[in-house]
Design a protein around this ligand. Sequence first.
Ligand code: DX5
Ligand code: ZN
Length: 233
Amino acid sequence: MNREDTIARLRGGRPVIAPSMLKCDYGNLNDEVARLASAGASVLHWDVMDGHFVPNLSYGAMVIAGMRDRSKLVFDGHLMISEPERYLDDYMKAGLDSITFHIEAVPEPASLLKRIRAAGKVAGLALNPETPAEAVLPFLNDCDMLLVMTVHPGFGGQQFMPDVLPKLAKLREAAGDRLISVDGGIAAETITAAATAGADVFVAGSAVFDAPDYGAAVTDLVRRASAAPRFSH
Ligand code: DX5
Ligand code: ZN
C-alpha cells in the first residue's frame, strides 16, 4: 500500500483500534493474525524492541516479513530501537505500511522521516511520557503521524498514565490533520480520555489479547472512542 492509501485508510477508519502484537501468542502467530482480522481490526501494531533502547526484546523484520503475505491489514511498525537508521531498510522491505521511531533515539529525525516517506510509507515519530511536545514540534512537516506513549515503552500490560493527556491535547492542536496514535494502557476505562484529548489511532495490547473474544473487545473500544465528543458529530 502506498503512503496516501495508508493515510486514507487510517483517517477513514477513525477511531482506529490497532492491536499490539507484543501481546499475542507467538506460538500461534498465524491464527492470531487471522483472529484479529475476523475481530474487525484494520491495523496490526508491530512492537519492535532491541533490548537496548528499551529493556526488552521482541521480534524483528524477519517475523514481520513472514506475516506480511498472510494479511491485508495495515502493518504499523513501532521501532523501539536505538539507531533505527541502521536497520530502516530491513523494516521497509518487511512490508510495513507505516514506520514510527522514537525522538529520544534520533534527536534530529528529519532525514530519517524523509527516507520513510520517500519509500512510500507513513512516517511517524514517537515520544515517551516524559518527553515534552516541543521535542517533536520542529519536525511536524516531515511527519504523517505522532505516537504518544502513555506508558514507559518496553512492556505490555502497564497502567495508562493520565498525566500525559495534556501533552496529547497540545499535540492535537499543533498537529493539524496529521494522525495521532496513543499507545500504552488503552482499555475500556482509559480510551474515552485518550479519544477526547485527540487520538485517532488507539494501540491496544492487553485490552484485546486478554479478552476472551477479540471481536467484542475491539467493538467495545471502537464504541467508547466513537462516543468521545470529537468523533460523535
Ligand atoms: C509498549 C508497547 C505497546 C504495548 C501496549 O512498549 O509499545 O504497544 O504493547 O500494550 P498494552 O495495551 O497492554 O499497554
Ligand atoms: Zn507500541
